[in-house]
Design a protein around this ligand. Sequence first.
Ligand code: PLP
Length: 481
Amino acid sequence: MKARVPMTDIQDRMRRIPQVSTILDDSRIAPLMVGRQGAWMTRLIQETLAELRVTLRAAKSSASSREDLLEGAVSAILERREGLLGPSWTRVLNGTGVVVHTNLGRSCFPPEAAEAAHTVALHNSDLEFDLETGTRGHRGRLIEEKAALLAGAPDALIVNNNAAAVWLAVRYASQGGRVLLSRGEVVAIGGSFRMHEILAETGCELVEIGTTNRTSLQDYVDAMQPGTTVLKVHRSNFVVEGFTEEVALSDLAEACRQHDCPLVYDAGSGAIYPYEDLGLPAGERLLTEDVATGAHLVTCSGDKLLGGCQAGIIFGSQEMITGLRKHPMRRAFRVDKTTLAALDAVMSLYLASDGQPDIPTLNQLGMGLDDLADRARRLQAILAEKAPDSWQGSVVSGQSSVGGGSFSTTSIESRLLLWDGPKAELEACHQYLRLGNPALVGRMNQDGLAVDVRTISEEEINLVAEAFVAAWARLKSSFGV
Ligand SMILES: *Cc1c(COP(=O)(O)O)cnc(C)c1O
């Protein structure tokens, strides 16, 4: 059993914790306690002292004096205040090699998209205004036209993300009726998107058909009744192997036509540029192909392989998209003017280019091995003289991944700058890199600490080098290396 700290000792510690009034009298705190700031500062003080109480109560022993505790509390309060007054995000240098990294904000905007968002953010625009007639106009209609043209669909609707797109499409198509979904496609994407839960919120009756590994066309047809909606979901982040069967979208579309059942297809990533041309394995379909198969509504994300910003796009017939536009919940899913402007710029880049449009996500995926090796070697050269003596840097071959729920099991060969050295130092360094500003997130494995240069832009090479130099300086003071 753990030895208990005597009660008298704990009471003694608690008595040494400063009172709120003592903190308020402190010369560094007192001038800050004015106006609106005074109100939230009071809460910071209370929260900091409450945490101090918990820490002190739990500590095995504590010899901190009244003065030490006051000093510690004041610094903690000032540090929290600083944190609150600055941005609540940190720029990250992505050394993971995961191109569409959901936790790191997925696709980076092309400069044109960032500029467009910047301009409409600072100025008024004809967001919902018809300049010709001087009356109310349709929000984002021209952008939706561009999206529809790109995908070869009669019409399109832009919403907040693909989760919203799926919800709205299924809700509209099913009107709360039966929705067929293969048991092999009741998927979870990321931390919070679980298909059956989204469907439950549409009020529909989910009818799971087939099995986890095999669903046949007959399974669908047997369950089709008048008014039944069929949903098909792209298996974005897993593969099934072995004894499997899946119905092709085109076959399903044909059966749905015959039985007069609406078909909704969640395409997940939604690529417009051919994967093969980026050097990725063939087999993934394009949005244009999905739309052409005859699914009534096709949905996708805006910030995965499309390379744009967070958005969901629904493609379909004019009739269905008009219906969706009028849906009462559409308002709740609509996007901001900056999103529309950014996505518009991305669409224009696709429309204007014959080959590969200049979009960061596509550029990163399409980067050749020679360029990657060159980039990794240049980074190595900058850092060669600065690394701790016990560290060894080398340019090695490794694997990047697409991420973002596409090609999840496919890796693309890449070039990494790998650091080998004492394990504790490598691990501490990786943490220091994450705590820097900008932060650098790399990859730790048994070979060492690696930076995959595929996801580091040309402009970021020097920042990565500076991040290592700063982390090594911290390492020096804590490990004496
Ligand atoms: C990523 C993904 C989603 C969720 O898209 P968000 O834009 O993140 O809401 C839904 N379905 C599939 C198949 C996906 O790959």
